[in-house]
Each structure stands twice: as C-alpha cells, then as structure tokens.
Design a protein around this ligand. Structure first.
Ligand code: G3I
Length: 343
C-alpha cells in the first residue's frame, strides 16, 4: 500500500489560495525560535510581514541581520514576504531626530534604495510609505507633519514610490494607512483625503499598485456594514488599485468577557467580507497569529485585566472562533482576478 504523502494540515493559507489570495501574519525573528509556533505559522500562512525588524530604526540599530533571517526563513519555506516599511514617521532612527531637511532627505533616500535593492527578488510587496495622513495636523491635503514632508515637500509619497520601483521593479508597491476602516465622520474625511492623495500621486506618474488597510479593528465598535468604506474601495478599484489587509487584529478590550470571542469573530467576518468583495485583493495579514504575543496587550489592555484575545489562535496556538470566521470569509471571497505577487 502506498505510504500516505505527508500532508500539511489545511490552514488559512489554503482557504486563501483557493481564492487566489495570500494569508499571512506579522512575525519577529524571536517568534521563530518556537517549533510549535513555526508549525502553526507554516500551517496557516503563505506570507510573513516583519512586525519591526525591517523598519528603518530597527535596521539602524540592529543592522540587516534580523531582517535577513526573516527573509531567509520565508524563502526556505516558500512563504511570500511583505516588507514593512520603508518610510514611516514612527521608525526614523534616533540619530536623525531633528536633522536638517537636506541631510534627512539624503539619508532617507539612501535607506530606501539600499533596503529595497537588498531584498529585490525576495520581497513580494512593500509598504513603501506608512501612515502619510493625519487630518488633525491641519493641512488642506491632510498630509501628516513629518520629517519626510519637511525634507521632500508634499510630493514625497510619489518620490518614495518612484525610488522603490527603481530599486525593485518587480515588487508590488503599497501605500499603507490606518483608520480608513471605521464608520465615522473622521474616517470618512480620511478616506476622502486618501483618494485625493492617490489621484494626484498617480496622475503625476507614481507607481502605486495597492492600498494597505492596516485594519486594527475594535470589536465593540465594528459595524456589520460600512457604506463609506465600501465606496472608498470601489473608487480605489476604479483607479486600478488593489487592496491588502496588512495588520488586522480585533481588540476585545470593551467586550463582555463571555461574548468577546464571538464579537471578535464577527468583526473579522464582516470586515473581511466587505473588503474582499469591494476591491481586487492580494493578501490578508493579521498583526500576529497568536494571542500569546500582540501589541494590544500593552496598547489596549482589557478593563477587567483578562488577557486580550484579538488574533486567530489562542495563547496555546489553538484555533478560535476568529480563525473559523477568517476561514469562512476567505472561502466566500470572490475569485481574485488580479495577478499575485510571487512567493
Ligand atoms: O528589539 C528591541 C529590543 O532589543 C530592545 O531591548 C527593546 C527596548 O527598547 O525594544 C525592542 O524593539 C521594540 C520592537 O517593537 C520589538 O519588540 C521597539 O522598542 C518597539 O518600539 C517596537 O514596537 C513596534 C511598533 O510598531 C514600533 O515599531 C510594535 O512591536 C509593532 O506592533 C508596531 O506596529 C505598528 C506598525 O508598524 C504600523 N501600524 C501600527 C502598528 C501598531 O503600533
């Protein structure tokens, strides 16, 4: 009798790939020490995103070693890599704090070119610019006050994408943002500002290929339907853009303890259902795979002090309702028409 082939258990990556999508998680090299975590990651994920170690400040302090190790692990296991992130106001090396715009511009361009070139052919997609908007900063264009804006002027997003395309012509280039997902007047204003930014940057010839929706969701506030987000994504699709969900997690900090797993699962189901239907999608990435390690433990602790439960797997890597809700949403997604970044 033929020996049964060793088959990997069916995971979220399989539900995603049946619809032409990638499913991934943010990881750190420290996560990969655990054999149990590696097994869970390889079962569920066809993509990894660096939670910290590919950022400018991380590379400035740690060197490229940790990022190289993440990329090496991904390549050894046939996983796609989503590069996070080349230019972000939240990841500027300390030595450049307060630098003169000219000096900052040279350093920022050197970093972007060197990093995108280093991983060309190994990274499927890049968050080229992260979080360009902050409407509380009072600019008519909604751009966030940042050293990148000071150094390059309001066209800096286009500058970044042109430089990234030159350094890695094959990567899918993503403009990543937070807070576009909510059902609120502020989120609607931010969506309008993002569409205007995309329109003028694309009109200037910049190679923006996709929008990254970070998707840090609050289970206590996530509506089943969100017409503003749906219209935004339809408009983005009409510009020829694709969408990636880049950092999804669902905070349960305000959920009643007994109802929280169901509320978190519903938020995954509704948000993924809406996004995957409204715009050609590439990948869905959660900001961590297991509740054992999530930034929300510190950022959004529960008022009752119980450990938070925002991710697909629990602290012992067991599947939760959220895992099944994601699997269902992926299975129900339209067949993705757009070309996929290579793994
Ligand atoms: O690795 C160093 C360690 O060597 C050092 O001893 C320690 C104390 O300084 O810091 C460690 O680095 C920390 C790193 O996470 C790894 O744990 C940094 O200080 C800390 O700032 C960093 O926080 C990350 C944060 O981005 C800033 O880069 C979070 O893990 C990460 O979840 C968060 O992710 C962001 C996305 O990039 C953008 N969207 C929002 C999202 C949540 O804030």
């Amino acid at each position: 009798m033929r020996k049964p082939r060793h088959r990997r258990p069916v995971g979220l990556r399989d539900a995603a790939s049946r619809r032409g999508l990638l499913f991934g998680s943010a990881v750190a090299t420290a996560d990969l020490v655990s054999e149990a975590f590696r097994a869970a990651l390889l079962r569920d994920c066809s993509l990894v995103s660096a939670e910290y170690e590919m950022k400018w400040d991380a590379i400035a302090s740690l060197g490229y070693g940790p990022a190289d190790a993440l990329v090496r692990f991904a390549r050894e296991h046939g996983l796609a890599v989503h590069g996070h992130t080349l230019w972000w106001h939240g990841a500027v090396p300390d030595r450049l704090a307060g630098a003169a715009p000219q000096g900052f511009a040279a350093a920022a361009m050197d970093h972007l070119a060197a990093t995108a070139r280093r991983y060309a052919g190994q990274v499927a997609s890049w968050d080229v610019v992260n979080e360009p908007l902050d409407l509380d900063h009072g600019r008519d264009d909604g751009l966030r006050a940042s050293p990148f804006l000071d150094a390059f002027g309001p066209a800096y997003v286009g500058t970044a994408f042109e430089a990234a395309a030159e350094a890695d012509p094959d990567a899918l280039l993503v403009l990543n943002e937070m807070g576009l997902e909510y059902d609120s007047p502020d989120a609607e204003r931010k969506r309008r500002a993002m569409l205007a930014l995309l329109e003028r940057t694309l009109a200037a010839g910049a190679p923006i290929h996709a929008i990254g929706l970070q998707s840090h969701i609050d289970a206590g506030h996530q509506p089943r339907e969100n017409p503003g987000l749906r219209a935004f994504l339809r408009e983005a699709a009409s510009m020829g853009l694709r969408v990636l969900i880049t950092e999804m997690d669902v905070s349960d900090w305000r959920c009643p303890r007994a109802a929280r797993d169901a509320m978190v699962a519903d938020a995954y189901r509704w948000h993924l259902g809406l996004v995957l239907e409204a715009c050609p999608a590439v990948a869905v990435t959660t900001w961590g795979l297991t509740d054992a390690r999530t930034w929300l433990s510190e950022h959004r602790p529960r008022v009752d002090g119980a450990p938070v439960r925002p991710l697909p797997l629990d602290r012992r890597l067991r599947r939760k309702r959220a895992w099944h809700a994601i699997a269902e949403a992926l299975a129900a997604a339209p067949e993705a028409g757009a070309a996929r970044p290579r793994a």
